[in-house]
Design a protein around this ligand. Structure first.
Ligand code: NAD
Ligand code: UDP
Length: 310
């Protein structure tokens, strides 16, 4: 019997790539999504795949998918403009939704993996960020609807592991990009690439000196897959440790697209982290994982997708 996985948030950017990887590994997959930020087009290529089924549903309402061996909990708005638009929904999916997904894993004795985030570190005072760092999060600022929901989900996941014996895994995902990243959900890579392809100015928030570390989607999915099969229950950072300022990121996008776009500067969002770089020592040692694809390579691999969205 092939292993059966439930993927919540399957119509999203990462959920759809994870679904593809699980199918390629021989799994049967049930995807669920409420399309709040996801897109049916991300799963359109699976319409005649007999090992894939899809249900449109909100995971905040309990449901029973039947026996599963793995639960991958990817559902949550992820881009800052989207989680600010969907503030209460983000808090709900990161609390009630996560608990429903944990209850499914418990019922069927399935492994559970939760998509957590580097945002758990907030605006970090330790650099780069190891998993042992507890973070610097504003619990009442605008971003708290996402950050605190994700931190609560981590706590909930550890409690279901400690008190209910669920085989849980926590991946702290650092900024990831690639094909199917929503072209207008406001994240920096999709914004910059779409602007560059349209010949519009690239919108740099603040002075562009803040940093991020960008991971290509296939590297991230490989790390998630390895973690789900591992015995590790504590959080593991998965991200590319090469750090770029946002100005350097803009420069890379201009180079790869060959665009003559200029830069325009806009206000920095409140509590925007000043720097972010994963310490991936644990992923290297526990999962024998490290990213393979550089930012310029990954941008090149993403261009056809973003061109198709013009
Ligand atoms: P995305 O917005 O493309 O995908 C999220 C999916 O979850 C969407 O399809 C959305 O419709 C679905 N969803 C949201 N609420 C739901 C609900 N209540 N019920 C059912 N479905 C629901 O975002 P993404 O980049 O693919 O992110 C996937 C996960 O990874 C999220 O949990 C996000 O927080 C996490 N993450 C992503 C990144 C990144 O850089 N992409 C970084 C850190 C963490
Ligand atoms: N950013 C930017 N221009 C944009 C979109 C984002 O300068 O058009 C900046 C944003 O302020 C942040 C970084 O790029 O400093 C990454 O933003 P994103 O929304 O992709 O993810 P975050 O890491 O903030 O969740």
């Amino acid at each position: 019997m092939p292993q059966r996985a439930l993927v919540t948030g399957a119509a999203g950017f990462l959920g759809s790539h994870l679904t593809d990887r699980l199918l390629a590994e021989g799994f049967t997959v049930l995807g669920v999504d409420n399309f709040s930020t996801g897109n049916p087009g991300n799963l359109a290529h699976l319409v005649s795949e007999p090992r894939f089924a899809f249900e449109e549903r909100d995971i905040c309402q309990f449901f029973d998918p039947g026996p599963v061996d793995f639960v991958f909990n990817m559902a949550s708005p992820a881009s800052p403009p989207e989680y600010l638009r969907l503030a209460l929904e983000t808090l709900h999916v990161g609390s009630i939704g996560t608990e429903n997904a944990l209850a499914i894993a418990h019922k069927y004795d399935a492994a559970f993996l939760h998509a957590s985030t580097s945002e758990c570190y907030g605006d970090p005072l330790v650099h780069p960020q190891p998993e042992s760092y507890w973070g610097n999060v504003n619990p009442v600022g605008p971003r708290s609807v996402y950050d605190e929901a994700k931190r609560f989900s981590e706590s909930l996941t550890m409690a279901w592991h400690r008190y209910r014996g669920v085989n849980t895994h926590l991946v702290r995902i650092f900024n990831t990009y690639g094909p199917r990243l929503h072209p207008s959900d406001g994240r920096v890579i999709s914004n910059f690439v779409m602007q560059a392809l349209r010949g519009e100015p690239l919108t740099v928030y603040g002075d562009g000196s803040q940093t991020r570390s960008f991971c290509f989607v296939s590297d991230l999915i490989d790390g998630i897959f390895r973690l789900a099969l591992s015995d590790e229950h504590l959080p593991v950072n998965i991200g590319n440790p090469i750090e770029f300022t946002i100005l350097e990121c803009a420069q890379a996008v201009l180079e790869v697209t060959g665009s003559a776009s200029t830069l325009t500067f806009a206000q920095l969002p409140q509590d925007d982290p000043t720097r972010r770089q994963p310490d991936i020592t644990r992923a290297r040692s526990i999962l024998d994982w490290e990213p393979k694809i550089s930012l310029r390579e990954g941008l090149t691999l993403s261009l056809d997708f973003f061109r198709s969205q013009l």
